[in-house]
Design a protein around this ligand. Structure first.
Ligand code: AMP
Length: 399
């Protein structure tokens, strides 16, 4: 799949609208706790500045649900951009209101304007064509560099593309890199290829699991989603997270794995707790013997050893979803041990965004991984074999 390339556009001295994904995590004091997504956008922004473009940046932050809520203002992002680019960042007080429109119209070559949180406008998530048209009216060129949101048909991601022809829109460097990386990973992985899949629910990853099965050699399951499989196997899972309506799907996945010769690993022991709390009483139990009313909140030490053993000969690892409730220190060990093992290996290691990227970063192993995606949901949809709605309009059409 070839995408319209930013380098092919005649951008010199023009006005360009770049949809970025500055949806960064913030701590309780409103400080950015991980600026990976901002740093990842710099290549495209700098390229446009080098072309003396007037650069209009747009992004969402959190879920203000179509209303102005200054808790979700992009002001902290503007400050971080200023630090990183060492350039003045002009901030608009709104998205397509008087202030934004006036500042966009007056913007000159090599200046940067950051619009306020695009989700302050209800038209964004509704993909409202009127709103998309207003956005498109600001600039002659459109660049999508927001991989993390490209699986959403939103106005600044999808709707806006209809107002630009192929000579006036393209994928930015980050979007190109993510799409290329996942494309290669799915089509030509160096084998053995393993997927480590965790997180809370099977439901969110069902399609991805089914799509991964014919592509990988091994799957290692962790996190809350493991218990639906374990229950289906007839184990007593106590009060662990389970999706009873997906037991059949779980069986189907295990059957398919067997049919395809994919090694399907499930936890053999867990850290069980009497409550979902950092202060819970916890103990190591085998996956077959979780006491009633206790819940498995992390993989146990035997599982860590088993998974390490299974991962030993692997050449490519794709990891999406934590092995336990890593946000609580008590239940972070399984994820941390697997992260260290994966990071130390000589395999190509790919982390599928979201929580997994967060946990890898928390333990300081982000530099050790081959690739950390900026999009959890988007990368999962790619693995499901979907063409993302924000990417579709940027695909080069064959003559
Ligand atoms: P997801 O968004 O589906 O990738 O899930 C990530 C979340 O799964 C994290 O917030 C973890 O705390 C949670 N999680 C992982 N393991 C478990 C578990 N055993 N029980 C409940 N939640 C879990």
């Amino acid at each position: 799949m070839e995408l319209l390339n930013i380098k092919q556009l005649d951008l010199a001295d023009k006005k360009v609208f770049i949809r970025c994904d500055f949806n960064v995590p913030m701590d309780d004091f409103g400080n950015i706790s991980d600026d990976r997504r901002i740093r990842s956008a710099l290549a495209t922004i700098s390229y446009c500045l080098d072309q003396n473009c007037a650069v209009i940046l747009a992004s969402h932050l959190g879920r203000p649900d179509g209303e102005v809520d200054m808790k979700y203002s992009l002001a902290p992002v503007a400050r971080r951009l200023h630090q990183l680019l060492k350039k003045e960042i002009i901030i608009a007080a709104d998205v397509v209101g008087e202030d934004a429109m006036a500042k966009a119209a007056a913007l000159e070559g090599s200046q940067i304007l950051l619009l306020e949180n695009i989700r302050f406008e209800a038209g964004e998530t509704k993909n409202n064509p009127e709103f998309a048209k207003k956005l498109a009216g600001m600039a002659e060129f459109y660049i999508n560099d927001a991989f993390g949101v490209s699986h959403r048909a939103h106005a600044s991601v999808e709707g806006i593309t209809h107002f630009y022809d192929e000579k006036h829109k393209a994928a930015g460097y980050l979007l190109q890199k993510e799409i290329q990386f996942f494309g290669k990973l799915i089509e030509h992985p160096v084998r053995p290829f393993a997927a480590i899949v965790g997180g809370s629910k099977v439901s969110g990853k069902l399609e991805a699991l089914i799509n991964l099965l014919p592509r990988v050699d091994k799957i290692f399951i962790g996190g809350g989603m493991a218990f639906t499989f374990l229950k289906q196997m007839g184990y007593n899972i106590g009060a662990s997270l389970v999706e009873d309506d997906l037991l059949e799907d779980a069986q189907h996945i295990m059957n398919e794995a067997k049919k395809l010769g994919v090694k399907f690993y499930l936890p053999v022991d867990v850290i069980a707790a009497d409550r979902f709390s950092e202060d819970a009483v916890s103990k190591i139990v085998t996956a077959q013997e979780i006491p009633d009313n206790w819940m498995g909140l992390d993989i146990g030490p035997a599982t860590v050893r088993l998974y390490r053993e299974g991962l030993n000969d692997v050449q490519t690892v794709l990891w999406n979803g934590p092995m336990g409730v890593y946000e609580m220190e008590k239940f972070a060990r399984g994820s941390s041990k697997i992260a260290h093992f994966v990071a130390d290996s000589y395999a190509t290691t790919v982390v599928g965004g979201g929580d997994t990227a967060d946990l890898v970063q928390r333990i300081g192993l982000d530099e050790e991984m081959t690739f950390i995606s900026t999009g959890g949901g988007a990368s999962l949809e790619l693995l499901e074999g979907k063409i993302l709605p924000g990417v579709l309009p940027l695909i080069v059409k064959e003559d």
